[in-house]
Design a protein. Sequence first.
Length: 134
Amino acid sequence: MTDFKKPATIQTVAQTVGIGIEAIRYYQRIGLIETPEKPLSGYRVYPEQTISRLLFIQRAKELGFSLAEISKLLALGDGSCQETKELATHKLEIVNSKLHDLQAIAATLEKLIQSCESNSVNQTCPIITTILNR
């Protein structure tokens, strides 16, 4: 008995990975994945490797890696843990910097909201005033 499996057309791959068809085509154009040969009649069929690679790309994007960084990670493969670590360390530094910036923004907004709460009706809004004067 054979195991029936639906051919992995671009639509099937997109649904399996949870991305759009245009994203797959874009990844092909920029070289993140290969474009399978198109038979004379029918649709391109994507190998299981492509699905695995697309899942890797999606997971890396969820971790904040850019497509350029993902391309470097894919080029490294399983070979260089040191280079991969350096890329991840750099990404972590960027994330920590963004967190610091977001915490500063949150603290400023909290202060502005508090000053707005203690503001009388006839005065200008301290939030608007602060935004205008920056």
